[in-house]
Design a binder for this molecule. Structure first.
Ligand code: ZN
Ligand code: ZN
Length: 70
């Protein structure tokens, strides 16, 4: 899979992660990785209660949307 953001800019970069919200492929430069406690509803995540923090990979757009919604 290629990085979606790089692809839009005409570059050809292999994706190293996938946004958990929208599912787009992301390279190291474009993914946002955050340790967060398991979130309470409101977003379309698989609703599993794991009771610990997990690294979340987000694209820039989704990270901005999540921050705005909190
Ligand atoms: Zn990229
Ligand atoms: Zn996204």
């Amino acid at each position: 899979m290629k990085c979606y953001i790089c692809e839009k800019q005409g570059m050809d970069t292999d994706a190293v992660g996938i946004c958990i919200i929208c599912g787009m492929g992301l390279c190291m430069d474009h993914l946002i990785r955050e340790e967060q406690p398991v979130w309470e509803g409101g977003y379309p995540f698989p609703s599993q209660k794991l009771g610990r923090t997990l690294p979340r990979i987000l694209c820039e757009d989704c990270a901005a949307a999540v921050k705005k919604g909190r």
